[in-house]
Design a protein around this ligand. Structure first.
Ligand SMILES: *[C@@H]1O[C@H](CO)[C@@H](O)[C@H](O)[C@H]1NC(C)=O
Ligand SMILES: *[C@@H]1O[C@H](CO)[C@@H](O)[C@H](O)[C@H]1NC(C)=O
Ligand SMILES: *[C@@H]1O[C@H](CO)[C@@H](O)[C@H](O)[C@H]1NC(C)=O
Ligand SMILES: *[C@@H]1O[C@H](CO)[C@@H](O)[C@H](O)[C@H]1NC(C)=O
Ligand SMILES: *[C@@H]1O[C@H](CO)[C@@H](O)[C@H](O)[C@H]1NC(C)=O
Ligand SMILES: *[C@@H]1O[C@H](CO)[C@@H](O)[C@H](O)[C@H]1NC(C)=O
Ligand SMILES: *[C@@H]1O[C@H](CO)[C@@H](O)[C@H](O)[C@H]1NC(C)=O
Ligand SMILES: *[C@@H]1O[C@H](CO)[C@@H](O)[C@H](O)[C@H]1NC(C)=O
Ligand SMILES: *[C@@H]1O[C@H](CO)[C@@H](O)[C@H](O)[C@H]1NC(C)=O
Ligand SMILES: *[C@@H]1O[C@H](CO)[C@@H](O)[C@H](O)[C@H]1NC(C)=O
Ligand SMILES: *[C@@H]1O[C@H](CO)[C@@H](O)[C@H](O)[C@H]1NC(C)=O
Length: 845
């Protein structure tokens, strides 16, 4: 024990000694660290999109993937959910997150905003901000600037107090104020310019000792000394619109997010690598992946409207923190190579030559102190070309960059992926779930239940006109609009039309406490007109409740504070011939669900031991044991409708497995061509299937046994197929060029680095997975791909005779195998000399 204490204090001492101040400055080439130029290869990991137990592993894997920096936004609405009530606990502990980054020897970029967009509800602004008198977001507006100043100052002060800035020995090397302001500032005219100026002056006044940046603020250019940076799938043609800023790329979009009702996006590793190599070829020096780990929109944090709970983004680390292979490995190979050329690239001369008038064909020679490094670029969509470099010809495939470490031989080509592809499978746990259910309490005007419940009273609003759903701030996805009416005038007849103008994805309509209707707009439209014929009795009193549902508040566009959610126009009763109408007034509003007030999401209340299927507004409860091992855990919710899910009281997010995707974009996945233009048409998966069927349950919230899962389903569902599943690697495949070393593995978790608690108590012993079968092997010119949009493997015209036997020998029964990809291993092939041989292999885990 004493020894351990001594060891710990020595460790702390050494950390203190290491944490000396770093002077971060810049010139037009790069950032300077104590005067030294360095390449910055960074990746975004948003701390609230994972759990604190996942952070060390995510950061370690980012480091193993060749990153030197982790970037995050700050999420104001979660930190200040109510005016001047702050929360920095659990996965909101950004200080702890940044210290974990530092403990791993990485730097950090802190993008405070505090507007962040980020597909995060309301762009990260607390909804209460909207209610401050006279407020206009993101322009020269006193109430807004005052709140922005208060919150930003608070964050900076917290970071200073913890000595988190590099100037204090901390990890933060750059900070950002505002976010992509240049994209919307046109809407604000002169005030936009004044605000831009104010942002810069305010940032500088915070005196953090590291440079500030503003991304997407090149025209008009951000005021000095703000650095400028580009966001997008490609930023090679970006040129800072000032003399002092290095060429920086704050968001390399490695994929994209989904809306409910869309198929799933993938951006090929070849294309991401191409974008990176090209950026560095053309003098880029700071690059950040958006995202490196996308993670999960837990709770009600997804933005919108209509953004899914998964925020995987097809990032190099998958939603659960595992390696998204081959993307992770291919980019790692590129990062290590770029780092090895850092000095030549940042201190040397660079000469770029273009070979055609559109500058699609180029060569760049970096030269420093007698050493050289070369890049050959081919930006043609579909034309492979030959380029001459220093008296030698090189073939460069379409849409790729070749890097030649010594300018003589090809070291790396962005289109030639050596890293293995890992295909994840889902394995259901064997036990059937037993369900208890309970109906939610639809409420109506002057509901006695509602009157007597103290908690409910504090949530009551009265209004003549139906107001914006945001009147309740962001306390729930659900707002009840309740009123009563009687039709006396016989001119209306006995059939009336109920009419409402709705802004938002869904409403439920209750008449006298009975659910009579559910309406939703299309997944792409943000509002609709609700009209329904009702049979009524003249002179009779009707209780009408309309429940509006939020599925993420808008997170983008100028003036989004003026957007209305919920019922956005008058609600009317109209005679069938449209000649007469009556506007309904005297609304009573209540935010939230009766079940939540009764803590049913925590398992409380009385439950029935029978299943109520396919009826709206039902609570479901079950318990399950944690699956053994360390593979990620998900719940398959196919069969359920839409709602919210909790595990052990932790809100794992909105679920909506009944939102099905269209059929576009799943047929092909050619990495070549502009991904920004192509992403809606190619490399999609889950066409015709549920947009999101599986929902992440972080292992760190699980106990060994008796975990409680509660679902609230507003549409109605059948839980008979719901199951807890794990997501291991099912098989792997690879296409490795000759004369390289290929490392294959079934395990993407570095088990020796598992911090305590990472996988919950169930993971006492890690079970390493081994290769069980070689399903395809050819060293020659086979074709095919595996991955999200697979093409079956097929032998080509030639290959080596011993390929299958050699791979079986090297890999079966092993967790990891290493192969020398050459005829030495696989035997002499019958390929002619013009064939570029490669090893095409597929193995089961
Ligand atoms: C950091 O470096 C710059 C440029 O060399 C220099 O002007 C400045 O004084 C340095 N700051 C500190 C705190 O050493
Ligand atoms: C919403 O926030 C505003 C501003 O802080 C506050 O005045 C109002 O009372 C809040 N409403 C609710 C229902 O909490
Ligand atoms: C650079 O910024 C100035 C003003 O800030 C603007 O007038 C100019 O058009 C910008 N140039 C480019 C190339 O964006
Ligand atoms: C890169 O920077 C060098 C100066 O270091 C310059 O000569 C060259 O033109 C730049 N290349 C490009 C493509 O901007
Ligand atoms: C850059 O090129 C010039 C002229 O070609 C040469 O004089 C100079 O030494 C070179 N600098 C480096 C760092 O290689
Ligand atoms: C330049 O190269 C020489 C000889 O290879 C070496 O001694 C020297 O340290 C190098 N200079 C720099 C600045 O790297
Ligand atoms: C490279 O290819 C071009 C066009 O095919 C040819 O004209 C040239 O002679 C070749 N150069 C070398 C060094 O082989
Ligand atoms: C619905 O209400 C919104 C907000 O009041 C309004 O902008 C929109 O035009 C209305 N739509 C219709 C079809 O009346
Ligand atoms: C459960 O799955 C089976 C097999 O796929 C299917 O036939 C059945 O319709 C599903 N039941 C529900 C309620 O989704
Ligand atoms: C794959 O290989 C087979 C056999 O050589 C060939 O017929 C086929 O055209 C190839 N397909 C592609 C897409 O290259
Ligand atoms: C190469 O050998 C394979 C069998 O290993 C055979 O199927 C193929 O036709 C041969 N190809 C050539 C070009 O001889």
């Amino acid at each position: 024990m004493a020894l351990r204490t001594l060891f710990l204090s020595l460790l702390l001492l050494s950390i203190c000694i290491l944490s000396t101040a770093l002077n971060v400055t810049y010139d037009s080439t790069s950032l300077l660290f104590d005067g030294q130029r360095k390449l910055v290869i960074s990746g975004a990991i948003h701390y609230p999109r994972s759990t604190p137990e996942m952070w060390p592993d995510l950061i370690q894997r980012a480091k193993d993937g060749g990153l030197d920096t982790i970037e995050t936004y700050i999420f104001w609405n979660h930190h200040e959910p109510e005016y001047r009530q702050y929360d920095f606990s659990g996965n909101l502990n950004f200080v702890k997150f940044l210290k974990t980054v530092q403990d791993n020897g990485l730097n950090a970029i802190l993008r405070i905003g505090p507007y962040v967009c980020a597909e995060w509800t309301y762009g990260g602004f607390p909804v209460w901000l909207k209610h401050l008198p006279g407020i206009v977001f993101r322009t020269y507006n006193k109430p807004f600037m005052s709140e922005m100043k208060t919150f930003t100052t608070l964050i900076v002060d917290m970071a200073k107090k913890e000595k988190l800035f590099a100037s204090q020995g901390g990890p933060i090397i750059l900070a950002q104020i505002e976010n992509e302001y240049g994209d919307i500032m046109g809407a604000f005219g002169e005030d936009g310019l004044k605000y831009l100026d104010w942002c810069a002056k305010f940032a500088v006044s915070l005196d953090i000792g590291v440079p500030w940046l503003m991304c997407q603020q090149n025209n008009p250019v951000a005021p000095p000394p703000m650095l400028v940076a580009c966001n997008g799938p490609y930023c090679d043609s970006f040129k800072p619109n000032n003399s002092y800023s290095p060429k920086m790329w704050t968001e390399n979009w490695v994929g994209w997010f989904e809306n409910w009702g869309q198929s799933v996006h993938h951006r090929p590793a070849e294309d991401v690598a191409f974008s990176v190599a090209r950026f560095f070829q053309l003098n880029g020096s700071v690059m950040n992946y958006y995202m490196y780990h996308g993670g999960t929109n837990f709770g009600r944090s997804a933005g919108g409207p209509l953004i899914t709970t998964s925020y995987h983004y097809d990032a190099p680390l998958d939603e659960y923190g595992g390696l998204n292979q081959p993307k992770w490995g291919h980019l790692k190979d590129l990062h290590l190579l770029l780092k090895s050329l850092e000095k030549i690239m940042l201190y040397g001369n660079s000469t770029t030559k273009t070979f055609d008038k559109n500058k699609l064909e180029s060569s760049t020679i970096f030269e420093f102190n007698g050493t050289k490094a070369c890049f050959l670029g081919n930006s043609h969509d579909d034309k492979d070309i030959t380029l001459e470099l220093l008296g030698k010809n090189f073939t460069v495939p379409a849409w790729s960059v070749t890097i030649l470490k010594d300018c003589k031989t090809e070291t790396f080509n962005t289109a030639k992926v050596r890293a293995q592809t890992s295909v994840k499978v889902r394995v259901p746990s064997r036990t059937n779930l037993q369900w208890a259910t309970k109906r939610e309490y639809p409420i109506h005007y002057k509901d006695p239940l509602f009157e007597k419940h103290a908690l409910i009273k504090s949530n009551v609003f009265l209004s003549d006109e139906a107001p914006d759903q945001k009147i309740a701030n962001d306390t729930s996805d659900y707002l009840w609009y309740m009123t009563q009416f009687t039709v006396h005038d016989p001119k209306f007849g006995e059939q009336i039309l109920l009419h409402a103008n709705v802004s938002g994805p869904i409403i439920h309509v209750f008449l006298n406490g009975k659910h009579i209707d559910r309406w939703s707009g299309s997944y792409s439209s943000h509002g609709f007109i609700y009209e329904q014929l009702l049979n009524i009795e003249l002179g009779k009193l009707y209780h009408l409740s309309i429940l509006t549902v939020n599925a993420g508040y808008a997170n983008y566009h100028a003036h989004y504070e003026s957007y209305v959610n919920g019922i956005s126009g008058p609600v009317k009763v109209v005679s069938q011939n449209s000649m007469h109408s009556m506007v309904l007034t005297k609304w009573e509003l209540r935010s939230g669900l009766g079940g939540i007030l009764r803590k049913m999401h925590l398992g409380s209340g009385r439950w029935d031991q029978s299943v109520i299927s396919d009826r709206p507004f039902v609570w479901f409860k079950t318990t399950f044991d944690s699956p053994r091992g360390t593979d990620p855990v998900v719940v398959d919710l196919l069969g359920m409708g839409k709602g919210l899910a909790w595990v052990n009281g932790f809100n794992i997010g909105r679920f909506w497995p009944s939102a099905f995707a269209n059929n576009q974009g799943c047929d092909s996945c050619d990495y070549r061509g502009d991904y920004g233009r192509g992403k809606d048409k190619k490399c999609r998966s889950e066409c015709g299937a549920s947009t999101q069927r599986w929902y992440h349950i972080p292992r760190s919230i699980l106990k060994d046994t008796g975990n409680m899962m509660v679902l609230f389903d507003e549409f109605g569902g059948d839980p008979s197929n719901v199951s807890i599943q794990t997501v291991p690697t099912g098989h792997i495949c690879a296409n490795a060029p000759a004369d390289t070393t290929l490392v294959l593995s079934c395990e993407d978790r570095m088990l020796q680095n598992v911090p305590p608690g990472m996988y919950g108590a169930a993971a006492t012993t890690a079970i390493g997975k081994v290769f069980t079968e070689v399903s395809f092997a050819s060293f020659g010119n086979a074709n095919g791909t595996c991955g999200p949009v697979p093409k079956p493997f097929q032998k080509g015209s030639c290959d080596s005779p011993n390929t299958l036997a050699a791979i079986k020998k090297a890999c079966i029964g092993k967790e990891l195998c290493e192969l020398d990809v050459s005829e030495k291993t696989f035997g002499t092939s019958n390929c002619t000399s013009d064939v570029a041989k490669k090893l095409t292999v597929s193995l089961k885990c």
